[in-house]
Design a protein around this ligand. Structure first.
Ligand code: GAR
Length: 189
């Protein structure tokens, strides 16, 4: 299986995934990283791990459709089988969904369907829930919808701050995402 990671920012989940490929706990090959943000730190992380990295922005194109066609060309050129979203903060369009049916996976920092969107950790913290968590799911056309693959709870204690909760969520993500990807890809091999 040839896997591509799509990310928009820091790339700490990419880092955990890249380490799992290096330790061969995930089968297959991590063939490229793509970021829609040219200054995203994930691109530096990719260089450190010697994973080919590519970046262009929807702003470089006349429409979202053209942007996604360019992205699809890149993925097809590299014979990518699976897309792994790791903090890729855009909706996936129809063209990519059709090209990778049930082969686009996302991680979200809440127990979906609660707190979808761009600020899952903060929204759960502000709401005052006592338990939040992490969800790994297949992507469909909605915002953080699509069939759920795995979830893990993260309790919020009275002493937690947004910072400490964020740290706990990220630690959970960095363990859970590589584990779940390993299982999915192993089942496909
Ligand atoms: C992660 O917490 C991920 O769950 C979240 O973005 C963060 C990216 O961190 N994704 C979403 O909120 C998707 N709706 P990272 O760049 O350090 O991996």
């Amino acid at each position: 299986m040839r896997i591509a990671v799509l990310a928009s920012g820091n790339g700490s989940n990419f880092e955990a995934i890249a380490q799992a490929f290096e330790k061969q706990t995930i089968a297959g090959e991590l063939v490229l990283v793509f970021s829609d943000k040219k200054t995203a730190y994930v691109l530096e992380r990719a260089e450190k791990h010697q994973i080919p990295a590519f970046t262009f922005s929807p702003k470089d194109f006349l429409s979202k459709k053209e942007y996604e066609e360019a992205l699809l060309d890149l993925l097809v050129d590299h014979q990518v089988d699976y897309l792994v979203l790791a903090g890729y903060m855009r909706l996936i369009g129809e063209g990519l969904l059709e090209a990778f049916p049930k082969r686009i996976i996302n991680i979200h920092p809440s127990l979906l369907p609660a707190f979808p969107g761009l600020h899952g950790i903060e929204d759960a913290f502000d709401y005052g829930v006592k338990v939040t968590g992490v969800t790994v799911h297949y992507i469909d056309a909605g915002v953080d919808t699509g069939p759920i693959i795995a979830q893990e709870c993260v309790p919020i204690s009275a002493t937690d701050t947004l910072e400490s909760l964020t740290e706990k969520i990220h630690q959970t993500e960095h363990r859970l995402y590589p584990e779940v990807l390993a299982e999915i890809i192993h089942a496909e091999e």
